[in-house]
Design a binder for this molecule. Sequence first.
Ligand SMILES: Cc1cc2nc3c(=O)[nH]c(=O)nc-3n(C[C@H](O)[C@H](O)[C@H](O)COP(=O)(O)OP(=O)(O)OC[C@H]3O[C@@H](n4cnc5c(N)ncnc54)[C@H](O)[C@@H]3O)c2cc1C
Length: 453
Amino acid sequence: VASSDASVPELRQKFGPRASDAPERRGAVARDASHVQGDPRAVVAPRSTEEVAWLVRWARKSKVPLVARGAGTSLDGESAPLRGSVVVDLSGWTEVLEVDPVDRIARVQPGVINFELHRHLSPSGLFFPANPGSWTTCTIGGNVATNASGPRSFRYGPTRNWIRAAEVVLGTGEVVRVGTRAPKRSIGPDLLQLLVGSEGTLGILTEITVALAPRPSRRAALAVAVPAATTLGPVVAHLAPLVSHGLAAIEYLDDRCADALRHEPGAQLPGGGALLLLEVESHDVNDETGRLERLSRILKASGLTEDPVLFPDADRLWTLRGASGTALDRALGERVREDIGVPISRVDELLAEINRIATAHHVVSAVYGHLGEGSLHPNFVVAPGTEEGEAVRGELLAAAVRLGGTISAEHGIGSVKSRWIADQVGAEGVRWLREVKRTCDPDGILNPGKIVD
Ligand SMILES: Cc1cc2nc3c(=O)[nH]c(=O)nc-3n(C[C@H](O)[C@H](O)[C@H](O)COP(=O)(O)OP(=O)(O)OC[C@H]3O[C@@H](n4cnc5c(N)ncnc54)[C@H](O)[C@@H]3O)c2cc1C
């Protein structure tokens, strides 16, 4: 962690004890959940839009970069503070400002934790559908800035689908409100959507209005064994139409990931081999029984003939599934963790590519992910940031693009994947992204080194 400097007293004067350059405070925010090591010069915790706007103006004047930080759970260096940035810690800015059941919206401060919003909404019969595996810790600001998604996005789509409006302080220092409370709008280009997934490189979100969905009365989850050599694309093709019969998630764990999760306390997963994890929403017990029977018939017809294990509380399975990364940390240790997506019709080719890459580099691989959306997390047991680790990553990303897919299905680009962004969007796309960045952040003071540098 870099040492402090002369700019910090100005921050202390404005923010008092909410600004700090103490080594332990800086050390706590020097990394996100990736291997990327940052070098923050200070941490500041603003609690109003005015304070964020002041910080941005100060950063422009002082030529000191800023990095917005929610919970710091991003996986590609998105919130790692590079180049001596000041970390803008939004994690304590946590009020749910309004819940309106008629407009079906919640207006929140950026540091509200996804799970806390879920809990807060419980009496309203509504919920915010994006449920990343990190939902007990990650923030709504972070979810919007990375366009996060989770198992239920098979039915509900990613965060992008559930945002109505936002207040943002652009890198110019201007405060702008984008979007509306109304469910529909047709004003393009859509400035609100431009901010979704922009990883704090264009502006800092200071208030977010999310759209809410009605809570299903019942939600059951299933874990079912996948026989070796099953081709997964056709299985998804058979299951996908069940979305109109309450199917809300189709998740996959290969045998290594499933074995790692079987060791988690109280896992109760079916024994041996790879697994599909599924969620079914329903109106009442009879409806649930009917839907589960229909699902079982289709699973059997698809070659998944073993009886599934039922989880009457679906969230228990998703919390377990959210521990896949940490279970693999224990089982496999340091590794390249990836997040790519391909069309469903190419999923089996992608899995073959993952095996080919692992064999060619003599490394162990493991795969899990949101199969119903072709969104997979391949893991390769090779140190990230090394020449070989990045060569493995590069081959995987090239395969995803070649198969008509994406170098990030849900986590983002951060600093880890910025060198491959041109492979995804082309040189013209990079030029366009740079022009957007220049307009919103003319001095390049917001989250440098991310997406496009
Ligand atoms: C165990 C685990 C499981 C995970 N599972 C999933 C998953 O299933 N799906 C998924 O999509 N992701 C997953 N992630 C990744 C991560 O949790 C998500 O990307 C999450 O949205 C990040 O939220 P955060 O609050 O931690 O953001 P941070 O890591 O703090 O920040 C992420 C990015 O958003 C920017 N940012 C944060 N707040 C703001 C703001 N208010 N204004 C502007 N920019 C801001 C940051 O600058 C940074 O670029 C997982 C991570 C872990 C560790």
